[in-house]
Design a protein around this ligand. Structure first.
Ligand code: DHK
Length: 144
């Protein structure tokens, strides 16, 4: 059984398409999900979004038990969530932290991600299309 890649999205990402299009573009989360599934090919994807910290922690626990890799856009939880950080520390596989925007060019509050201290790789500023690149990278890690 091929273990799935978990693609996890944090608060407010359900509003993509209408949310600050000058920063995040107009691609919707549903369109991003389709891009991820296409990029993954035969590899199963578990694609989730929640505005609730505890739900993201629960999905990381599922990934610990069942997943091969995690692609996570923690959104605003990147910068303050100890529970999410603690859950990610338990994940044995590769983790890609992903941000649509270049958080380092934005307001100071977005510059220091806790998740980056445990992520295998960090992608920021590539826009919504970057999700597919992150999936491809994760697939390569699983072939090695
Ligand atoms: C999305 C968010 O919601 C912000 O809180 C992050 C990230 C940036 C993004 O670029 O995808 O700071």
């Amino acid at each position: 059984m091929t273990k799935p890649i978990f693609v996890l999205n944090g608060p407010n990402l359900n509003r993509l398409g209408k949310r600050e299009p000058e920063i995040y573009g107009t691609t919707t989360l549903a369109e991003i999900e389709a891009m991820c599934r296409q990029a993954a090919g035969d590899r199963p994807i578990r694609f989730h979004q929640s505005n609730a910290e505890h739900q993201l922690v629960d999905w990381v626990h599922e990934a610990i038990d069942e997943g091969s890799g995690i692609l996570i856009n923690p959104a605003g939880l990147s910068f303050r969530s100890i529970p999410l950080l603690d859950a990610l520390k338990m994940f044995p596989g590769p983790i890609v932290e992903f941000h649509i925007s270049n958080i380092h060019r934005r307001e100071e509050i977005y510059h220091k991600s806790l998740v980056s201290t445990v992520a295998t790789a960090v992608l920021a500023g590539l826009g919504p299309g970057g999700y597919a690149l992150a999936i491809k990278w994760l697939l390569d890690q699983m072939r090695e």
